[in-house]
Design a protein around this ligand. Structure first.
Ligand code: LLP
Length: 423
């Protein structure tokens, strides 16, 4: 459910027309719907309201400060994977005791920063990291709260690049070896064991892999109990998918029901780290058609729609061959010719496409297109490749919109570079 709809053939975000925003700020830009962000969080949160839980929004999906603040204000916690995300999270107003920190490569300075901040827990991903956190905590006269991220070796049945719970993936500690680490951690002077964590992947469209992982984790937790290790938090990560095309991911209510059914006999606080399911369908990327052209040299005539957004602005199609629906901001007349096109950006790479072999109504230069479902892993994965300044981000609330990140300028592009260092 989202708030991007046509009204009299014109695409609106809530009560603001996309055309109006574009007329004021130019293209490309990301636009997020406040009502959708809020609703998605509240639906997810409410689905777990009858259990002791903490929802930690996964910052990486969309790290804009205003977006983060919306969730902080709704009482949400935060899942971070870097010092930068911690910095943003604190700035946006998240309370440190609602922040969990995952990631296989935490640097010393990042560990120190999190220890000084006093976060809820580190999700530790390797024996060496555990040693390091223990050492740093001792140095800083702190006791580090940790969960060990266990790798349950479960196939999440998603794209290989975003599958994290298989034994061959770099994440976590194999569930069979984790007991040894917990026993080790128990003896460490500056470590306080508070939880167990697990995250098997992203854009999961079935419930079964979550449950398979949870059963393994549950078994592991009872093994810990036998060893006299009580855990306070069970962190099941994120991963619930969304509809980009025709996927039918579980509704949060069904996902929650399945998890709660498994957890009946457990006495701990559940942590969840949803990202995409909260922000994914709450944002779109607006781009303007620059040119159309037909290349007829090959086996088959190819039609291209060249737009002003590119793989640096939205990496998902290039990186994962991801599908994003593309809608014209002005709904075409019913008799408009449909054409098979590649929607491509200006970047000098053949991989720079937003859609390939897509049937779309014919479009003309100057028309606006909305690339749908870009609220998660859209702007947050953007870069300035080809020296393209990062685009603006806009938040719509009812009939109002505001720029929540200015479009970068050419000056922004070269900030920090210093020609005077040449001899
Ligand atoms: N927790 C951990 C430890 C994670 O690694 C992730 C995502 C999440 C939570 C949130 O997962 P979500 O609920 O959003 O599925 N760039 C990719 C997605 C990468 C996901 C990485 N980890 C994409 O655009 O599809």
């Amino acid at each position: 459910m989202h708030h991007f709809k046509y009204r009299q053939n014109t695409l609106f975000c809530e009560d603001v027309s996309i055309q109006d925003i574009s007329a004021k700020i130019g293209t490309p830009f990301y636009v997020y719907s406040y009502a959708t962000l809020k609703r998605h969080f509240q639906v997810f949160d409410a689905a777990f309201e009858d259990v002791s839980k903490l929802i930690c929004y996964s910052a990486k999906a969309n790290t804009n400060l205003t977006v983060l603040k919306i969730f902080a204000d709704l009482g949400c916690g935060l899942d971070i994977v870097s010092g930068g995300e911690l910095y943003r999270g604190l700035m946006a107003g998240f309370s440190p005791d609602r922040i969990v920190y995952s990631g296989v490569g935490k640097r010393v300075d990042e560990i120190d920063y999190a220890l000084e901040t006093g976060i809820l827990m580190f999700n530790v991903e390797s024996p060496v990291e555990l040693e390091l956190i223990n050492r740093r905590a001792g140095e800083l006269k702190k006791r580090a709260p940790v969960a060990i991220r266990v790798n349950p070796d479960v196939d999440p049945k998603t794209h290989a690049y975003i599958s994290t719970g298989l034994a061959k993936n770099k994440f976590g500690i194999p569930v069979d070896e984790a007991l040894h680490e917990y026993l080790h951690a128990k003896e460490m002077e500056n470590i306080k064991i508070v939880g167990v964590s697990c995250h098997i992947g992203s854009q999961l469209t079935q419930i079964d892999p979550f449950i398979e992982a949870l059963r393994k984790v549950k078994k592991f937790v009872s093994r810990l109990t036998q060893e006299g290790i009580q855990i306070q938090y069970l962190d099941l990560g994120g991963g619930v998918g969304i509809t980009y095309d025709d996927e039918q991911p579980p509704h949060p209510v069904d996902y929650a029901a399945a998890i709660k059914a498994e957890l009946k006999d457990m006495d701990c606080t559940l942590i969840l780290e949803p990202g995409r399911v909260i922000t994914g369908n709450a944002g779109v990327l607006i781009t303007e058609v620059q040119y159309t052209k037909v290349n007829s040299g090959g086996e088959k005539e190819k039609r291209f729609v060249i737009v002003d957004a590119a793989m640096n602005d939205l990496a998902r199609p290039a990186l994962y061959s991801a599908y994003h629906e593309i809608l014209p901001a002005q709904e075409p007349a019913e008799n408009t010719v449909q054409q098979e096109v590649d929607v491509v950006g200006p970047i000098c790479e053949t991989g720079d496409f937003m859609a390939r072999d897509r049937m779309m109504p014919e479009v003309q230069p100057g028309e606006l297109l909305a690339i749908m479902s870009c609220g998660a892993y859209g702007f947050s994965m953007s870069s300035t490749y080809n020296s393209r300044p990062k685009v603006a981000e806009v938040l719509v609330d009812g009939d109002q919109f505001r720029i929540i990140r200015q479009r970068e300028s050419y000056e922004d592009l070269v900030r920090g570079e210093d020609l005077s260092t040449l001899p």
